[in-house]
Write a protein that binds this ligand. Structure first.
Ligand SMILES: [Zn+2]
Length: 325
């Protein structure tokens, strides 16, 4: 934790590399860390992208947001790791190729452990520089998503980031977010875009919403705007995963994210590309469902993949209700 870093460094945008380990191929695995030091003192926000290497929107969202910030307009410091798992990013994989681990389930890692464990340890250390933390995720290669995590101590971040859907829950063990909470760092996780679907719109949102959050944190001048009329807080969220691979035919294209859907509605079908038979249907499970993650009309799928995500529309609340005002 640090409160005021400006004053100890000259205002400007610098790039550092943090060595993590030496790989068997002779390459040094290192993290590239951007540091934007503002002209005025203020808090430190740490931002990560690409903890999951198949979520290529995150690195680009971080790149565009960081590039949009002029040190002259900034109070405090922005510390950003645009690609938190470089080998997973290169392989377009959720898991690190060297050890098959999910980086976002093993925080705070182990500096004496495997590649992913060492990466997590280095990232966990970088996070401790922050007063606030945001993790940029997206959907993977074939689906798209839009919601943010609402944590008890990250309320201001989640509301000012302005996603129309928020998910309130205890963080999963081993996530960067859980590590933030353990260390008193207020945090949110944004799930924005993915799968090459509505890409420009989601990238624009990352910058607009991210800058609005910087205003709320006192890092950019101006009052934060209310970006959406209503933020719905979900308390139940499920992932519908196909158990069979093949052609996924989605009945709900990404322009319908956030839509409320009646229980029992078929969200998509898995079609066997060899025989053309419908081998599976994915059905909205709650009486009333909010569409959180979906796919283009046709995408390829594999067993256990992200098919759809829906929230229970019957158990939603609002930020004001949740926090008692
Ligand atoms: Zn992710």
């Amino acid at each position: 934790m640090s409160d005021t870093t400006a004053g100890t460094a000259e205002p400007g945008h610098t790039i550092e590399t943090v060595p993590v380990t030496r790989l068997g191929n002779g390459h040094t695995l290192e993290l590239t860390v951007h540091r934007v030091v503002g002209a005025r003192p203020g808090p430190t926000l740490v931002a990560f992208g690409g903890i999951h290497g198949d979520e290529a929107m995150g690195p680009e969202e971080v790149r565009r947001l960081v590039s949009s910030v002029d040190p002259a307009e900034l109070s405090g410091t922005l510390v950003a790791v645009p690609v938190a798992n470089p080998y997973a990013y290169d392989a377009m994989s959720r898991f690190t190729p060297q050890d098959g681990l999910n980086l976002n389930r093993i925080f705070p890692g182990d500096p004496g452990g495997s590649v992913t464990e060492q990466l997590a340890a280095a990232l966990a250390e970088i996070m401790l520089q922050g007063d606030h933390f945001i993790d940029f995720h997206s959907s993977g290669l074939y689906s798209t998503v839009e919601y943010s995590y609402l944590m008890d101590d990250g309320r201001e971040m989640a509301t000012s980031f302005g996603a129309p859907l928020l998910y309130h829950h205890a963080p999963y063990e081993g996530t960067s977010n859980a590590w933030a909470i353990k260390n008193g760092i207020s945090s949110t996780v944004c799930e924005l875009g993915g799968g090459g679907q509505l890409t420009d719109a989601f990238l624009a949102k990352a910058v607009r919403q991210g800058r609005n959050m910087l205003k709320a944190l006192g890092m950019l001048d101006g009052e934060p705007e209310t970006l959406v009329e209503r933020q719905t807080v979900m308390t139940e969220l499920v992932t519908l995963r196909p158990t069979k691979g093949g052609a996924m035919l989605s009945h709900f294209t990404p322009d319908r994210l956030g839509e409320v859907i009646k229980g029992g509605t078929v969200l998509g079908q898995v079609v066997d590309p060899y025989t053309f038979d419908v081998v599976e249907e994915l059905v909205a499970p709650f009486d009333s469902n909010i569409l959180v993650l979906t796919r283009e009309g046709y995408t390829r799928t594999t067993p256990g993949d992200y098919g759809f995500m829906v929230g229970n529309a019957g158990t939603t609340t609002t930020v004001a209700e949740l926090f008692g005002r």
